[in-house]
Design a protein around this ligand. Structure first.
Ligand SMILES: *[C@@H]1O[C@H](CO)[C@@H](O)[C@H](O)[C@H]1NC(C)=O
Ligand SMILES: *[C@@H]1O[C@H](CO)[C@@H](O)[C@H](O)[C@H]1NC(C)=O
Ligand SMILES: *[C@@H]1O[C@H](CO)[C@@H](O)[C@H](O)[C@H]1NC(C)=O
Length: 352
C-alpha cells in the first residue's frame, strides 16, 4: 500500500498521466492485495458472529465469510424463514444458524450461551452488527412515532444490547466490533437511530482500545453512481432492512389514518401513497456488485490494522464528507436534488 501511495504521489507530482504508469500503480496495488490475502489465508480460523442473516445482504455476507474460511455464527430473525434454511443448506458445516431477534433479551442470552460454549478460551474474534430496519420512507413530519420507536429499538437498543452481551468474549480475543450504517438522509427514523449507534460506537472505541479491542463502522454507499441510484442500490443491496410488503402497507395505513386533518391537507393522500410506489419501483430494479462492501468487511475483520471507518462504494465517502465540510446551504441543495423526487410533491405545494 505504502509503495503504491509513494508511486502515486511521485507520478502525480511529475504530472505524468500515461496509461502504462497508471497500469503500473494498479499492478503494484494488486501484488499488495495478493500478499495480503496470502498472509491472511494462513490464519483463517476467526470466529465471527453476524446478526440479520435471514435474507438479502446479511445472508450473502454470512456465506461470503463462510467461504473465506471463517467459522461463522449467523443470527436470523426467524429460524424457519426459507432464507435461514437455505443458508444452513448452502454453507459449509462450519457455519451455525442461530435464532436471534435482537430486540429479544432472552434470545440474546441464548445465542450468547451457545457461542460461549463453542469459543472456549479463544473468545469471539468479531461481532458484525448487521441486523437493522429502515422503517418507512416518508417525510419526518409524518413518519409515525411508532416507526421512530421501532428504528431505535432495533437499530440502536438492539445493537447496544447485543454489543454489551458479547463484549466480554471479544475482549478475550482482543477482537473487533463492526457496525454497519448506511448514510441515508431523508429516512428520519433510520438516520436518527444510526446516528445514535455511531455516537455510542465513538465512545466505546476509545474505552475499548485499552483492551486492544477495535471498534469499526462501515458505511456503504452507492456501488454504481450517485443520484437516485444511491437509495436504489441501498434498497437492492440491503432489501432485508425494508421489511415485507405487508409491513409497508400497514405503515402506510398508520400514516393515512393517524395524521391530523390539517397535516393531511398539507401532504395529501396521493403524495403519501406515492412513497410506497417509489419503494416498489426501487426494489424491482436488478442488482449490481456488492464486492467493494464485502472486501471492506473482510479487511475490517482480517487486517492487522483495520480502519475505524470504511466507506465502500464509489460515492459513499463523498456524502459524509460533503455533509460535514460544505456549507449547509450547498449540501442541502445537493442532497434534496439527490433524494427528493421532483415529480412527487405534497398537495399544498402542488397547488401553490
Ligand atoms: C471448517 O473449519 C476447520 C477448522 O477451522 C477447517 O479445517 C475446515 O476445512 C473447515 N471446513 C470447511 C468445509 O470449510
Ligand atoms: C423472546 O424469545 C423467547 C425465546 O425464543 C420467546 O419464548 C418469547 O416469546 C420471545 N418474546 C417476545 C416478546 O417476542
Ligand atoms: C413506478 O414505475 C411505474 C412503471 O414503471 C411508473 O409509471 C411510475 O411513475 C413509477 N413511480 C414512481 C413514484 O417512481
Amino acid at each position: 500500500m505504502l509503495s503504491a501511495l509513494i508511486y502515486l504521489s511521485i507520478y502525480t507530482h511529475l504530472n505524468l498521466k500515461k496509461k502504462d504508469i497508471n497500469f503500473g500503480i494498479y499492478y503494484i496495488y494488486n501484488i499488495y492485495i495478493y500478499i495480503y490475502i496470502y498472509v491472511c489465508d494462513n490464519k483463517r480460523t476467526e470466529l465471527v458472529f453476524v446478526s440479520g442473516c435471514d435474507s438479502g445482504f446479511g445472508h450473502d455476507l454470512a456465506k461470503f465469510l463462510d467461504s473465506a474460511g471463517m467459522r461463522v455464527f449467523a443470527g436470523v430473525l426467524d429460524e424457519l424463514h426459507p432464507g435461514a434454511l437455505k443458508l444452513k443448506k448452502d454453507a459449509s458445516p462450519n457455519l451455525t444458524v442461530l435464532q436471534l431477534d435482537i430486540t429479544n433479551s432472552s434470545q440474546i442470552t441464548q445465542a450468547h450461551q451457545y457461542i460461549q460454549s463453542q469459543t472456549g478460551k479463544t473468545g469471539l474474534w468479531a461481532l458484525v452488527n448487521n441486523a437493522g430496519v429502515l422503517g418507512y420512507v416518508c417525510d419526518g413530519e409524518i413518519l409515525p412515532i411508532k416507526m421512530y420507536k421501532k428504528c431505535l429499538d432495533v437499530n440502536f437498543i438492539g445493537s447496544v444490547e447485543i454489543t454489551q452481551a458479547f463484549l466480554p468474549l471479544i475482549r478475550q480475543s482482543k477482537g473487533r466490533l463492526i457496525s454497519i450504517s448506511i448514510p441515508l438522509p431523508g429516512f428520519a427514523g433510520y438516520g436518527a437511530s444510526k446516528a445514535a449507534l455511531i455516537s455510542f460506537n465513538g465512545a466505546i472505541r476509545q474505552e475499548l482500545s485499552r483492551w486492544g479491542v477495535k471498534v469499526i463502522i462501515i458505511q456503504p454507499g452507492a456501488f454504481k453512481t450517485i443520484k437516485y441510484d444511491f437509495i436504489l442500490s441501498t434498497i437492492i443491496h440491503f432489501p432485508d432492512i425494508l421489511g415485507s410488503r405487508e409491513q409497508w402497507n400497514s405503515a402506510q395505513e398508520d400514516i393515512l389514518s393517524g395524521l391530523a386533518q390539517e397535516v393531511m391537507a398539507s401532504y395529501g393522500e396521493e403524495y403519501i401513497r406515492s412513497m410506497q410506489q417509489r419503494l416498489v419501483n426501487m426494489s424491482s430494479v436488478s442488482s449490481s456488485d456488492t464486492g467493494p462492501f464485502l472486501e471492506a468487511l473482510k479487511h475490517a475483520i482480517l487486517s492487522p490494522r483495520p480502519k475505524p471507518f470504511y466507506y465502500p462504494g464509489a460515492s459513499a465517502w463523498a456524502l459524509p464528507l460533503l455533509y460535514r465540510h460544505s456549507p449547509t446551504s450547498l449540501s442541502d441543495r445537493i442532497f434534496s436534488r439527490i433524494f427528493m423526487s421532483s415529480d412527487a410533491q405534497p398537495a399544498e405545494l402542488l397547488n401553490s
